[in-house]
Ligand binder design. Sequence first.
Ligand SMILES: NC(=O)c1ccc[n+]([C@@H]2O[C@H](COP(=O)([O-])OP(=O)(O)OC[C@H]3O[C@@H](n4cnc5c(N)ncnc54)[C@H](OP(=O)(O)O)[C@@H]3O)[C@@H](O)[C@H]2O)c1
Length: 330
Amino acid sequence: MSYSSFELLDHSRPILVFGRDGQVGRALQICLKDLQIPAVFLGRSDCDLASESSMIEVLNRYQPQVIMNAAAYTAVDKAESEHELAFAINSKAPELMARYIANVAHGILIHYSTDYVFADTKKDAYLESDPVGPVDHLNVYGQSKLSGEKAIEEVFNLSEDFGHTSYQDKFSRYFILRTSWVYGDGGNFIRTMLRLAGERDQLKVVADQVGAPTSAQWLAEVGVQMAGSRVGSGIYHAVPDGETSWHGLAVFAIETAVGCGEGIEIKSENIRAIPATDYPLPAKRPYNSRLNHEKLKRALSEMAYTNHYPHWQEQVEAYVRNYVEQSLKS
Ligand SMILES: NC(=O)c1ccc[n+]([C@@H]2O[C@H](COP(=O)([O-])OP(=O)(O)OC[C@H]3O[C@@H](n4cnc5c(N)ncnc54)[C@H](OP(=O)(O)O)[C@@H]3O)[C@@H](O)[C@H]2O)c1
């Protein structure tokens, strides 16, 4: 990996990571430690993102030049009844981070967002430039994440002519990395499927919602790479190649686990495909979560990050192998 613009950073000012204990936050801890990039990692007990005063106190105390925000209100169904809290964490907090970084020379904000900002207005993959919403078709979580995106863009739009900023300018930059179906060190769909496959003879899994499962470890690497890059501000879709349904992901993960020696008895034909309408949840999910990621691919190739852009299957396979190895050891 190359970190070409990290030389512009003032090393007396730390990289501040919010969301230390989440899936992407944990992956960022490993990634930054591996690269020996000094950073301060904050969890909920260090800074409550729902509290403006707590945020301001932390920003003033650390005076970061780079903020990586992996924290979010991610309880998608609970958000339906916790509108205010979801908006405080997913919209107001990133806005405060943006306001802070927009005034820092060579400042950088890395913020993670979601495919849930789209509401089935297209059949194929969404581009970064496609219209979002409509807002009243999004679930509350999606609305709050969209509001966070817009708040960040507005702050940077107002601060400088950000569209033309490059690493040569002293201007700060922002990167909104929209992703989908994240799995890492924490509760996630793959772990749930592997557990249920060990407990039940039959599983029913939604087969008409399509997207790309995305590794938290890879998302952390992409975030760090963007932070050290010379590319321009903006929204980037950060998902691997390929697509599948929740059912396709469950079958692939379970078959991989069986192949790795995990003692799962369930037969693939007993992992039944069902429509989303047979599995109603409080928050509505999109059928189409496909994100076109050519823009990120181009950016990463310009950075000489790696010539290899991953496919979701190779990432899931590596994750499941590791997960099975760890569980066989314990
Ligand atoms: N998970 C997905 O499938 C998915 C899909 C698309 C996009 N994303 C986005 O990707 C990013 C990372 O997601 P993730 O899966 O890593 O999320 P996660 O595992 O749920 O982690 C979120 C973190 O945010 C922290 N947090 C929540 N409320 C907070 C508060 N009031 N103050 C301080 N910290 C707070 C949580 O703290 P605690 O550990 O104390 O609870 C948790 O560590 C998020 O921006 C998310 O919206 C995720």
